[in-house]
Design a protein around this ligand. Structure first.
Ligand SMILES: C[S@@+](CC[C@H](N)C(=O)[O-])C[C@H]1O[C@@H](n2cnc3c(N)ncnc32)[C@H](O)[C@@H]1O
Length: 212
């Protein structure tokens, strides 16, 4: 998936991945990250997820990375906040109190620019990328966040029945991508109600990655 693919999706408002409410797995498992009040979470490939508002309302600080300026404009609109926009190397930083969204390609975001984070929450980010990019992404994410603990939500399904994104990322792949840098524990697994895109049987797995 290249940048044009995602820009076209946002321009055409083809954003079936966007949930109109906070993610149920985030609500159920956030406490497993063991975060202190005011902790800073990083949401890679964040879109305009409602999870950001939900985390801010709970007193957390949030950083995100998102390719689409349209998505980020909608995010701030829906939060009812006007961002300050400043250059950040190859990216732009759109910021507001407790919120930093880096607009541009996550692969050009460095640890220095991101700043320290206490945890990562990946919903529909790893699974948005094709296999060769997933390897680069997982290594970049671990390095950029100094292996901060991570809550990761993945889909698994028969990849011959549908094309990604979202791609199927099975347990073996999660362990191969993250098993040397983290302790990897599956917290939850269950069927996607109605299947993927309402037709392909699929399962959702929730993973906790902790510093090994
Ligand atoms: C499947 S969506 C998930 C969005 C969000 N995590 C959610 O749960 O609604 C993937 C998002 O990643 C963004 N994206 C794709 N490639 C990216 C990249 N290289 N850097 C930053 N964002 C990217 C897309 O624009 C899209 O908004």
């Amino acid at each position: 998936m290249d940048a044009d693919f995602w820009h076209a999706r946002w321009t055409a408002n083809q954003i079936g991945f966007h949930e109109g409410k906070p993610n149920v797995h985030l609500e159920a498992h956030l406490d497993r990250l063991g975060l202190a009040a005011g902790a800073r979470l990083f949401l890679p490939l964040c879109g305009k997820t409602r999870d950001i508002g939900w985390l801010l309302a709970r007193g957390f600080r949030v950083a995100g990375a998102e390719l689409s300026p349209l998505a980020v404009a909608q995010l701030f609109d829906e939060l009812g906040v006007a961002p300050e926009i400043v250059p950040a190397g190859p990216l732009e930083l759109h910021r507001a109190p407790s919120l930093d969204i880096f607009v541009g390609d996550i692969f050009t975001l460095s640890a220095d620019r991101l700043g320290a984070v206490d945890a990562v929450y990946d919903r529909a980010a790893l699974v948005a990328l094709p296999a060769p990019m997933r390897r680069l992404y997982a290594a970049h994410l671990a390095a950029m966040t100094a292996r901060a603990p991570q809550l990761l939500v993945c889909f698994t399904y028969d990849q011959t029945l549908a094309e990604g994104p979202p791609f199927s990322v099975a347990a073996e792949e999660v362990r191969a991508l993250y098993g040397t840098a983290y302790r990897v524990d599956r917290l939850d697994t269950g069927p996607v109600p109605g299947g993927l895109r309402g037709k392909v049987p699929a399962q959702e797995d929730v993973w906790l990655l902790s510093r090994a």
